[in-house]
Design a protein around this ligand. Sequence first.
Ligand code: 5AD
Ligand code: SF4
Length: 441
Amino acid sequence: MHTGKRNAFFIHTFGCQMNQADSGIISALLQEEGYIQAEHELDAGIVLLNTCAVRENAVDRVEHFLQHLQGRKKREKELIVGVAGCIPQYKREEMFSLYPAIDFLAGPDTYRTIPKLVEQVRRGGKLSSLEFNSEETYEGVEPVRNGVTSAFVPVMRGCNNRCAYCVVPFTRGRERSQPFTSVLREVEKLVSMGYREITLLGQNVNSYCDLEKGCDFSALLDAVSREAPLARIRFTTSHPKDISESLVRTIASRPNICNALHLPVQSGSSKMLGRMNRGHTIDEYMEKIALIRSLLPDVALSTDIIAGFCGEQEEDHQASLDLLDNVRFDSAYMFFYSARPGTLAAETFDDDVPESVKKRRLQEIIDLQNHISAELFQKAIGTAVEVLAESESRRSPEQLMGRTAGNRAVVFDRELYQPGDLLHVMITGATSATLTGRPVP
Ligand code: 5AD
Ligand code: SF4
């Protein structure tokens, strides 16, 4: 292997936005040590998978990649394969025996060790670095970012909740927040680099807390929106029980904070929510929705929902469908339950909804939500919406893709516009996932 390739790395990222942000951190840490980011996996002598363990099918996808890398390793003896993020933290050293392609493992709190691990693996052996470090916020690491328009800023990591189905507390550990001044410094820098959209990230972003500054998430959001007055500000993910009136008022009072909230509900049945250990009932969830809509009448709401959790009866499933009907979310991420070993649910409840039933219920949820999204999107036809252009559309270089403040994807005729431009688009067509249109002067 020639030196250029030996020192080149490529990262495949799976999972959530936090993982995308983390891949930027890993890239920065490797580049600081002289490694170079390759454009294509085949040009890289170091291949990293940054992984997600939240659902079984995410794990299956990684497995598939590892098989491909095993084939590459047979041909390229010096290839180094590292697996980072949630799967190794969850499955630990068992990974080495399951997947012989792997040379090293690094968890979400040990990315700083990755350059050293690469160096040590070159000298021989397989290594893992899987300690939890609830102080680690990667403060001071300036992540490598892909786009020039939108930037993620992780402001807190980890999760102190114990939702019964969820591996996150086991993979990402305890909550910790990036200091207020450090977040603001990063935002100031992004503004000077011309970023037009900043998304504050955290598994449980509303739990952000800087004790020294006496600052909570509302205060942080307010300060960030003032620091970057020309950028759109978004944040995710919020836990319903932590949505406060002060947060909603902050969103209402600052024009550049997007009127969009991602508020995972997980089930429409209070009985299921209790079993899931979510810490609220459906009535309480609906009270939060009412509060949000009273202060933000145009808010775009989105959610996560799980079909077929342990013990879910037809009436609980019906309650989920009714909830979707009542709230009319703009969009939803919809999953069927997959038991994750070690979680409270996997240890205490039977995974008793047959797979065929889970899938049928999920399909009913998807069909209903698609219908609702399509109806809401249809209503946009004939109106002009403000769009931040993000990238070329996948279908044609003559078209750009952008998003409304409510996070709806819009594909429109390019004309002379560029990614990063904020413009108005007259909506002429809609599906359940995308709006189409043309720029208006
Ligand atoms: N099975 C199915 N969906 C899950 N999620 C988390 N854990 C599981 C699981 N074991 C979903 C939740 C969460 C989203 C990120 O993934 O809806 O909000
Ligand atoms: Fe998982 Fe619940 Fe924490 Fe979200 S809030 S990461 S679902 S434990």
